[in-house]
Design a protein around this ligand. Structure first.
Ligand code: HEC
Length: 280
């Protein structure tokens, strides 16, 4: 069959027009749907909301053990320590609750977000530090168990049940999202591996006695307490995986990790937050 030349030209024009007019939000939504479909095929019948359980979607035994441990988590003392920091008034009388809408309830699903004035991705942990600085207090170090780790462990629980609600709504926000996405798919380190290689294509498979979790749902449940004890933040886990890829980790609150967190958080849009959880 011979295609009429004019038809081809029209098709080409339509295609390029579609590419040019796709708004930033549409591009990220297409990515999210593509990845949701990928996992629907990989894990048929698993409800979308279950992705907050990570690797446990592929192991009913691990999930049963998790539910049992979560009835009375061994890290309640850490959450309590975090609550005390959250509630203790600053020297000027201000509080963390005063820095957020609704006293910090149901806010975490909006983080990270892109901030036009600073041209930065702002994470929830950055917002905690900004709160301190706005009240004349010294900021906390990222990546430390105390105070930042336990504080975020408690503060994030105030948003449990909220659905992730990340926006990519401008060209500049899109640039940060794209930088995070590039990193997720980029092969790095001596193993020449990419985040996506494991958490998208090998999700559900076992590696060194561990089942690999899907990236869908990754952003919803931080921090984790490994073996019920070791507090690990989302970016702490990025560092750990990057070390396992035999590469030098970018480090807490680096632009690279903040952009990656922005991308991964967008993928989890619509999923319910469930913070401070047990992991093996
Ligand atoms: C060689 C395979 C591999 C690569 C590459 C890899 N990871 Fe992992 N990752 C793992 C394993 C194994 C675990 C522990 C089991 C699991 O997935 O929960 C893990 C855990 C995680 C978790 C915790 C999941 C949870 O629910 O507790 C996150 C988040 C994560 N990785 C993100 C990343 C990111 C981001 C990258 C790229 C910078 C990356 N990983 C690269 C193997 C990998």
């Amino acid at each position: 069959m011979k295609l009429p030349r004019a038809g081809l030209v029209v098709l080409a024009v339509v295609l390029s027009a579609a590419g040019a007019t796709a708004a930033p939000g549409e591009g990220s939504e297409a990515d999210r749907l593509h990845i949701v479909r990928h996992f629907e095929q990989l894990f048929p019948g698993v409800p979308l909301e279950d992705y907050v359980y990570g690797a446990m979607i592929a192991s009913p035994d691990a999930r049963a053990q998790y539910e049992q441990i979560m009835e009375f988590p061994p890290f309640l003392g850490d959450l309590d320590a975090g609550r005390r920091i959250w509630e203790k008034p600053f020297r000027n009388g201000g509080t963390f609750a005063g820095c957020f809408p609704d006293g910090g309830r149901n806010v975490v699903g909006n983080y990270p977000y892109y901030e036009e004035s600073s041209d930065m991705v702002v994470t929830f942990e950055m917002a905690l530090n900004r709160c301190l600085e706005a009240n004349g207090e010294a900021p906390m170090r990222y990546g430390e168990r105390e105070p930042m780790g336990v504080l975020s462990a408690y503060a994030r629980t105030l948003s449990n049940g909220m659905r992730m609600n990340i926006e990519v709504d401008s060209e500049k926000a899109w640039a940060k999202y794209e930088a995070g996405k590039d990193l997720y798919y980029r092969r790095i380190g001596q193993l020449n591996a990419a985040c996506a290689g494991c958490h998208q294509h090998l999700a559900g498979r076992t590696m060194r006695m561990e089942i690999i979790s899907p990236s869908l749902g990754h952003a919803t449940h931080w921090p984790i307490f490994r073996a019920g004890e070791e507090l690990m933040t989302f970016q702490g886990r990025f560092n750990r995986c990057m070390e396992q890829m035999r590469a030098v980790p970018y480090g807490y609150n680096s632009e690279e990790w903040n952009n990656l967190e922005y991308f991964l958080s967008y993928l989890s849009n619509g999923l319910p937050l469930k913070s401070s959880v047990f992991r093996k």
